[in-house]
Write a protein that binds this ligand. Structure first.
Ligand SMILES: [Zn+2]
Length: 316
């Protein structure tokens, strides 16, 4: 049957080209969004304000002056001391996460400036084994706190974590005590600690440093809690209220101090740094790259905060 034979030899089926994903569907409103557009808008949906998870490098670019981040302790990496194996070997998971993220663990710590104010900043990456807190995360936070005390500057931690890293068992749980004790030293030195919680911040991270901030700020819609809603629902056998454990719910119930959109986070941090430190910065640095656009957004979001607040009062 010649019909089904290729007349010419050497013709091969073309390989499918790897196309970069240009579009994605918004988790909040279901709209299809152009990825470049989303990146330009701080990874926030332009239609519904849904805050997508983002990498530590995005936070660095959005918050630090001139994208300048002097990272320290980047070379500390986890050791699989228990030779832990569940579905996958922990050692393999570590290798895969390092390859995927280009980082040695789930947190980056360093030094930078926000509107001219010097800070030590720690930023977690959810893409590294769910931002789980193992020995390295704890150690890096402890060292960053020491660094803030040494330099006499405020400490900022941006959390994104599923909680303690179970593959490190009790060592992972010890990080709760270790980080909390170190933060007490920071408080004794009279230095502010600003905790920024993003989606999701749960488990051991909520149970330690994320909730110890002098100021606890949350991104809109972030899941913040100890046990997740699914576990709670199964345990109590009841349906949970709308928006349970989300930032706005936690604000209403007094767990956090403010819900702040990514667009205005830098401006709000400047205000906090201004009144919580005695540092004087020059006017140019102070105004930095806060555009008129971001300030106009600030006004609108501030109004939203007031509405949320009123709601809280009327229902209580
Ligand atoms: Zn949306």
């Amino acid at each position: 049957m010649d019909w089904f034979k290729r007349a010419k030899e050497g013709l091969k089926p073309q390989k499918k080209k790897e196309m970069p994903e240009l579009w994605l569907k918004c988790t909040g409103c279901g709209e299809i969004i152009y990825k470049k557009e989303l990146e330009k808008n701080f990874n926030v949906c332009t239609k519904c304000d849904f805050h997508f998870r983002q990498k530590s490098s995005d936070y660095i670019a959005q918050l630090l002056d001139d994208n300048q981040f002097d990272e320290f302790n980047a070379n500390i990496s986890s050791v699989d001391f228990l030779k832990f194996k569940a579905l996958k070997k922990y050692s393999d998971q570590l290798k895969a996460a390092v390859k995927k993220t280009g980082q040695n663990d789930a947190i980056r710590t360093g030094f930078g400036k926000i509107c001219g104010y010097e800070v030590v900043i720690c930023i977690m990456d959810f893409s590294f084994i769910g931002g789980s807190m193992g020995s390295v995360v704890g150690e890096k936070i402890a060292r960053a706190t020491d660094e803030a005390i040494k330099r006499h500057v405020p400490l900022i931690i941006i959390s994104a974590s599923g909680g303690a890293r179970m593959m490190e068992a009790a060592i992972s749980l010890m990080q709760l005590a270790k980080t909390s004790a170190r933060l007490t030293k920071l408080a004794e030195a009279g230095l502010p600690f600003i905790s920024i919680v993003t989606d999701p911040t749960t488990g051991g991270v909520t149970a330690s440093y994320a909730m110890l901030g002098d100021f606890i700020l949350a991104e809109p819609g972030a899941l913040i809690g100890f046990a997740g809603p699914r576990v709670i629902k199964q345990t109590i056998g009841q349906d949970l209220p709308d928006g349970f454990q989300r930032s706005e719910f936690q604000l209403k119930h007094g767990f956090i101090d403010a819900v702040i959109s990514r667009h205005e986070m830098k401006e709000r941090l400047r205000e906090i740094l201004e009144f919580s430190t005695d540092t004087q910065v020059d006017e140019d640095a102070r105004n930095g790259d806060l555009s008129a656009d971001s300030i106009s957004r600030l006004v609108s979001v501030t109004k939203m905060d007031e509405d949320t607040l009123d709601q809280g009062i009327s229902t209580n």
